[in-house]
Design a binder for this molecule. Structure first.
Ligand code: PEP
Length: 256
């Protein structure tokens, strides 16, 4: 675990106008700049509108990076209203969330589409934070391992080793997102270990051991330390709690 990059990433979703976002990020920088050191990284995934300014504000802090929450699968062209990976990269973002359950649910994103988005993001030197996770019905039907296996196989396992090595995975059980219901640390650890085993079987143990796997779903300052202490949990993807600088910073500190 010590060898893997540890990440706490905030996902602001469709919140914060431009000025609110800049103010929040300034607070976060001041509060985490001395915390995120060594192999630990803080990532803020904002709406597209904020990316350029946040990247400027974050310049010079090696352990603070900016990410987008989505990118189009095509390089460029007649896709009115869409944003390309190249554009995101060009304003200084380093990461892009792909396959968030809200994109899968409300925008019909499939594993097949997400495989294309992953390729395009990587071709433009963006690191995907690739989200996977089962719904409540899938867990109750005891199909959660199959769902995870399929999402990995169809969304990511077409990549070669070098490309896969640039991907961060986020396990986000859909029933835990924005609900206040967190997976227990044992439930999360069980899936994280399963994901790592799938990577080992597909690629190698070495690559599996080097892959950062985040937990997401109602992570907060109270439960973060226990989640992050699990063997295969390398950090978190934080929704609601990333909108409050104090809560977000406390989650970052939960590593220590
Ligand atoms: C998310 O949407 O990625 C997420 C984890 O949300 P929340 O922390 O609000 O459950």
């Amino acid at each position: 675990k010590a060898m893997r990059k540890k990440i706490v990433a905030g996902n602001w979703k469709m919140n914060m106008d431009y000025n609110e976002g800049l103010a929040l990020f300034s607070e976060v920088i001041n509060m985490v700049k001395d915390e995120a050191t060594g192999s630990q990284q803080v990532v803020v995934c904002s709406p597209f509108i904020h990316l350029h300014s946040l990247a400027q504000l974050g310049k010079g802090y090696a352990n603070i990076a900016i990410g987008a929450q989505n990118a189009h699968q095509n390089e460029s062209g007649a896709f009115t209203g869409e944003i390309s990976a190249k554009m995101i990269k060009s304003v200084g973002a380093v990461y892009v969330i792909l396959g968030h359950s809200e994109r899968r649910q409300y925008f019909g994103e499939t594993n097949e589409l997400l495989a294309k988005k992953t390729d395009t993001a990587l071709a433009n030197d963006l690191k995907p934070i690739f989200c996977i996770g089962e719904t409540l019905q899938e867990r109750e039907a005891n199909t959660h391992f199959d769902v995870i296996k399929t999402q990995l196989a169809e969304g990511l396992f077409h990549l070669d080793e070098t490309a896969f090595g640039k991907v961060v995975i986020a396990y986000e059980p859909v029933w835990a997102i924005g609900t206040g219901v967190t997976a227990t640390s044992a439930q999360a650890q069980e899936i994280h270990a399963f994901i790592r085993a799938e990577i080992a079987a597909k690629y190698s143990q070495e690559l599996a051991d080097a892959t950062t796997i985040l937990y997401g779903g109602s992570c907060n300052p109270k439960n973060a330390a226990e989640l992050f202490a699990q063997t295969d949990i390398d950090g978190g993807l934080i929704g609601g709690a990333s909108l409050k600088s104090r809560d977000f910073t406390d989650i970052v500190k939960a590593f220590n």
